[in-house]
Ligand binder design. Structure first.
Ligand code: AMP
Length: 497
């Protein structure tokens, strides 16, 4: 566990946390508070409302959950009666992955207490969630849509809630959760503490805070849209056709073991993952067409080190906490400059060093200009010699990433057990680039061994059962019953002014 430099932090021992919480913090390996923790924990311990601007990866989950757990300890009891375990704290997040992640952290912090916690989100069977809710939990982590389902089904009562956390509030508004939030908040007691965390304090966020927070203490640890200083950012000028080889070259040249690779579309994401997988990289794709189970499996595989490359769309960009991801690639420059900040925030977390590499093709200049404006910095484009790497490959077979990490890890993926045939590797590159390369650099690709139907047919989203597909992920590209179009949100805001 990397620690913050002493000048940025304060010791946890200054907080006088209850022994059960202090023990959990020590077991997590934290020595010093992160800046958001140093500022927010003492305030939340006093029960005041907080409006916090903090990037993901700054330690904000502990910043709100440790003091909340401390304040809830007075309710701690070992009774088996559900009535003795009403929901006291509600934590709302925009996506299933974030909800799952925050819930896991809270469980770790509360492990030596008798406080119970649970998480509910869509895309999963409601029954096991209902059983857990009916047993009683003090801390409930939820996505808005599924929580409303449980409220309507009378599986949960929220009239004893003392604390509400609106985490990633800007994202919740972005995907149109405002009406759902308003409905949920109407079920809660008026006297309560409300904590709102957001990457930015937009006008909409300030309005939300104005309606639901009382005299909040504002905490801002990083200027909005500021990237962590621990991340090295590089931009390479690469033609669309060379991006794939540039990616492979840079992964190898930098000795990278794991990376997130971001694409702008589900189609691009699926195809790139497929190519990398066929080229021997242990790869998983994470995008809106994946079922909840597939997404959680992909994330878990990455966390366990069974997956090297997680190829994803922006659905995975916000808040996912995977420790020590050494690198993030922007295979495509994001359409929205703010997404650049969120994407590269997957690396360089909690003080660790990170590397963000972006590929800039001809038509991306305007998008790079937007990023420059947002970061208030001049971006210098570098070049990468992919040809050099290809010629080396022709001489020697490609390294098996598994071998280079010291052996088999048990379960082999179909792709990683495939022979490293260099012709097969070339065959697996996106098709159009081979013909263009032979024109540009005189490189004559090996003949394609056989057609891969994956690249020959138009992209189709995987067919899922109606049950699995119904509660769609709160991916901005997907509209579920719980996701209202932005226009509705804007209209609602107007009506409140
Ligand atoms: P978060 O911003 O809450 O998603 O946290 C990002 C990561 O920082 C998580 O992996 C936490 O376990 C880790 N973390 C949180 N607080 C600390 C701390 N005080 N020292 C070191 N790591 C921390």
């Amino acid at each position: 566990m990397r620690q913050y430099a002493p000048d940025m932090t304060t010791s946890f021992s200054n907080l006088q946390l209850a022994p059960a919480l202090a023990r959990a913090v020590a077991e997590m390996g934290y020595e010093s508070m992160t800046p958001i923790q140093a500022q927010a924990i003492p305030v939340v311990l006093t029960g005041q409302d907080v409006m916090g601007a903090a990037q993901t990866g700054t330690g904000k989950t502990a910043a709100f959950s440790l003091p909340l757990l401390q304040r809830l300890l007075k309710h701690e009891n070992s009774s088996t009666s559900p009535a003795r375990h009403p929901v006291r704290a509600l934590v709302l997040l925009p996506t299933r992955e974030l909800a799952d992640q925050v819930a896991q952290q809270i469980k770790q912090y509360a492990v030596h207490t008798n406080l119970r916690s649970a998480v509910v989100f869509g895309g999963m069977d409601m029954k096991p969630q209902t059983i857990e809710l009916k047993k009683g939990v003090e801390v409930l982590v939820a996505t808005p849509g599924r929580l409303l389902d449980h409220i309507e089904a009378k599986n949960v009562v929220l009239n004893q809630v003392e604390y509400v956390v609106l985490d990633e509030a800007d994202r919740m508004l972005d995907i149109g959760f405002l009406p759902d939030l308003q409905r949920i908040l109407s079920h809660l007691p008026k006297t309560r503490t409300t904590l709102l965390f957001s990457a930015t304090f937009s006008t909409e966020i300030k309005r939300l805070a104005g309606s639901y927070l009382q005299n909040p203490v504002t905490i801002e640890v990083a200027r909005p849209n500021e990237t962590a200083a621990t991340i090295t950012q590089q931009f390479y000028s690469v033609s669309v056709d060379d991006k794939y080889n540039a990616l492979r070259h840079l992964i190898k040249a930098n000795g990278m073991k794991q990376a997130f690779v971001f694409c702008n579309s589900k189609l691009g994401c699926a195809r790139l993952a497929r190519s990398l997988e066929r080229d021997g990289f242990r790869t998983s794709a994470l995008h809106g067409d994946k079922s909840q189970d597939e997404r959680l499996k992909a994330l878990e595989g990455f966390k366990q080190g069974e997956v090297d490359l997680l190829v994803c769309t922006d659905v995975a960009a916000r808040g996912l906490d995977i420790k020590d991801v050494p690198a993030v690639f922007n295979f495509d420059i994001p359409f929205n400059a703010e997404d650049y900040v969120h994407r590269i925030g997957r690396t360089g977390r909690a003080g660790a060093l990170g590397h963000a590499i972006s590929f800039v093709s001809g038509s991306d200049q305007r998008l790079v200009g937007d990023i420059e404006k947002l970061l208030k910095t001049k971006i210098t484009l570098e070049t990468v010699s992919v040809e050099q790497d290809r010629s080396r490959e022709r001489r020697e077979p490609r390294n098996d990433s598994r071998e280079s990490r010291g052996g088999d890890r048990g379960e082999r993926s179909e792709s990683s057990s495939r022979p490293r045939d260099s012709a097969l590797s070339r065959d697996s590159r996106p098709r159009e680039q081979d013909s263009r390369r032979s024109r540009e650099v005189g490189y004559v690709p090996a003949p394609r061994i056989k057609n891969d139907p994956f690249f020959d047919k138009p992209y189709e989203a995987p067919v899922r059962s109606a049950e699995a597909a119904a509660p769609a992920a709160p991916d901005p590209l997907r509209k579920s019953a719980n996701i209202k179009p932005k226009r509705v949100m804007a209209a609602l805001f107007k009506s409140t002014t």
